[in-house]
Design a protein around this ligand. Structure first.
Ligand code: F6R
Length: 614
């Protein structure tokens, strides 16, 4: 299997200039990362296709004299998987008869078998893509007298894998037909216009009324609305969701980059994540999460996630074990799904995902379902696959995260984990957990997070000195060591700086050999009991020519005396919340170092927002 990162999909049918709309929608999906783009539109009974390798402006440049006055178009931004990023491999693709044109997000796993079968029947292929094979399969089914919707239905039954397929036809030029299995597809309903996209922010300027297409569904879009059917052709009722996100929440809102905007949104994100979840008695209130009988019978928590969400999971383990004494293991989803995990009926599996679409996490969830283990999700995107598939889901309420590097989602995930920990403590009646004190500290956190932003000046000063760093260590102890892992990931992915992350106490067991002049360390030092030990670690670094940026809390008079750069965070009554706050200066460091080095911050090289196929 190859690794695929989500492509952008857009489609429109209605009175506006359709090509302008789909280009605008693709622009709003640019954060996904892509290497080619294309459009298909219906004009005088013909399908016109334009596509180009490169960024969207390569494509829009082809229409420098103006876009055509047409009312139906589909468009795609591709991240190469099968075949290099070339003009030929860009979507849309025609079928063998040039009757239809399609765009696709996902991977057709049996495309080689299908391709061989089609080639025998005379199909000739112009690209190396699995998508073109899917187009030919639909072409085969789209015989005289068969409607496009039915042809797509028959075709998808022959496809194996993940797809969001969008199809237009010369024979039925007034409609768009789409089908979904495991790749996201949302439909927007407007006044006399209907549209679709692979993600909600692309639709927000046009409509707030959205249908999240489920797996194994076919939808037919006409200007007057949408008809959704299952694979047997039965029409199904649809209930549109009303999306009340502010459009500006999905745009940069005055910041130079989405990442910076999202870092600065964190005080508000904490507020939103807590909204309605702490009652006036200071108790956590999580609706729709398992109750007492389940928690009393749960003897182990298994947390499964990838990347940043995995790091949030490590904080979950810290909280569940330290405060609830509940054994907890955290797995990378990619390892878990193939690792034949030991799961007892009393285990509870917790899946953490910003997008709710990460393929490995979803596969791990399906494995737990097959083993009949209870599943709980912590997810940001409402209506996403993981949010829907888990027995219960806590939505992090962080709003759309556009920057590829995850920032505010991490903070919201950890807050959700703290709330969950409190909920379990309440359900299990554990007087040892200071629920009211912790909720009070949580409610103060937005204010503290706001004050943590004041570190930006010192961070910029440190970033200027670290511009040519050979290597940056991320160190800490306890919860600080966990947040340090996430800080290191940010620096790697955004600023392309090599990092080495480890608990500070491990340094002398090997990594210290890497320290010399030009090497820096970011040291999380928010836990007061650990400071003397961390002071020794700082000296170890300095004795070998290294320099240290220490993140400590107000009132510490030890670390600021020795570290070269110091950030003092406001102090929370709950030490693990101090550690959580330390992610803010680390995110800002990654951002400013990347900016100084001229990196493409919101779309770092080789990465994109959602990894929807293995
Ligand atoms: C890092 C980052 C990734 C994601 C990971 C999981 O900044 O964004 O490491 O955290 O791909 O994605 P979700 O949380 O959407 O499952």
């Amino acid at each position: 299997m190859c690794k695929q990162i989500m492509c952008g999909i857009a489609g429109y049918v209605g009175p506006r200039k359709a090509v302008d709309v789909v280009f605008d929608q693709l622009k709003r999906l640019e954060y996904r990362g892509y290497d080619s783009a294309g459009v298909a539109y219906l004009e005088n009974g013909d399908i016109n296709v334009l596509k180009r390798a490169g960024k969207l402006n390569e494509l829009t440049g082809l229409m420098a004299d103006g876009t055509p006055n047409v009312h139906l178009a589909i468009a795609h931004s591709r991240w190469a998987t099968h075949g290099a990023p070339t003009d030929e491999n860009a979507h849309p693709h025609f079928d063998q008869f040039e009757q239809i044109s399609i765009i696709h997000n996902g991977i057709i796993e049996n495309y080689l078998d299908l391709k061989a079968e089609l080639a025998q029947q005379g199909s000739e292929f112009r690209s190396d893509t699995d998508t073109e094979v899917a187009a030919h399969v639909i072409g085969c089914e789209y015989t005289e007298g068969v409607a496009l919707e039915e042809a797509v239905r028959r075709a998808v039954k022959r496809l194996r894998g993940a797809y969001a397929l969008v199809v237009v036809s010369k024979r039925e030029p007034e409609k768009i037909v789409c089908a979904r299995n495991a790749s996201p597809l949302v439909i927007g309903l407007g006044e006399g216009e209907t549209m679709l996209a692979s993600d909600i922010p692309a639709l927000l300027p046009y409509t707030r009324s959205v249908i999240i297409l489920e797996d194994d569904r076919i939808a037919v879009l006409l200007p007057e609305g949408v008809r959704v059917t299952n694979l047997d052709g039965q029409e199904l009722p649809v209930t549109p969701l009303h999306i009340d996100w502010d459009v500006s929440a999905a745009e940069k809102g005055g910041y130079e980059h989405f990442m910076l905007k999202e870092i600065h949104e964190q005080p508000e994100v904490v507020r939103q994540c807590l909204a309605g979840r702490v009652d006036d008695k200071g108790r956590a209130r999580l609706d729709n999460v398992f109750g007492q009988s389940v928690w009393n019978n749960t003897d182990r928590i298994v947390i499964v996630a990838c990347g940043t969400s995995y790091h949030a999971g490590l904080m979950g383990k810290y909280l569940f074990e330290k405060l609830l004494r509940l054994p907890t293991d955290v797995f990378h989803a990619s390892e878990f799904r193939y690792g034949d995990p030991v799961l007892s009926p009393n285990s509870l599996a917790l899946f953490i995902s910003q997008s709710g679409e990460t393929a490995d996490t979803l596969a791990a969830l399906k494995l737990c379902q097959a083993r009949r283990i209870r599943t709980l999700g912590i997810v940001n995107v409402i209506g996403s696959s993981i949010a829907r598939e888990c027995d219960r889901t806590i939505i992090t309420q962080a709003g759309p995260e556009i920057s590829v590097a995850s920032t505010k989602a991490f903070t919201a995930q950890v807050i959700a984990l703290v709330l969950l920990m409190l909920h379990v403590a309440q359900e299990k009646e554990m007087p040892g957990v200071r629920v009211e004190e912790i909720t009070r500290d949580l409610l103060e956190l937005p204010e503290l997070a706001q004050r943590a932003m004041l570190a930006e000046g010192e961070i910029i000063r440190a970033a200027e000195k670290m511009r040519d760093a050979k290597l940056v260590f991320f160190l800490g102890r306890g919860a600080d060591a966990l947040v340090a892992l996430e800080g290191a990931l940010k620096l790697k992915e955004i600023a392309y700086v090599a990092t080495q992350e480890s608990p500070a106490g491990e340094m002398k067991h090997g990594p210290l050999a890497l320290v010399e002049k030009g090497v820096f360390a970011v040291m999380g030092a928010t836990e007061s009991e650990m400071r003397e030990k961390l002071a020794s670690n700082i000296k170890e670094m300095q004795a070998r020519g290294g320099q240290v940026l220490a993140i400590t809390t107000e009132g510490d008079d030890l670390i600021p005396k020795i570290a070269e750069f110091v950030v003092r965070l406001p102090k929370s009554g709950s030490e693990f919340l101090n550690a959580l706050l330390s992610i803010i200066p680390m995110q800002l460091l990654a951002y400013h170092l990347a900016r100084l080095n001229g990196c493409e911050i919101d779309q770092p090289r080789n990465l994109a927002k959602s990894v929807t196929v293995e």
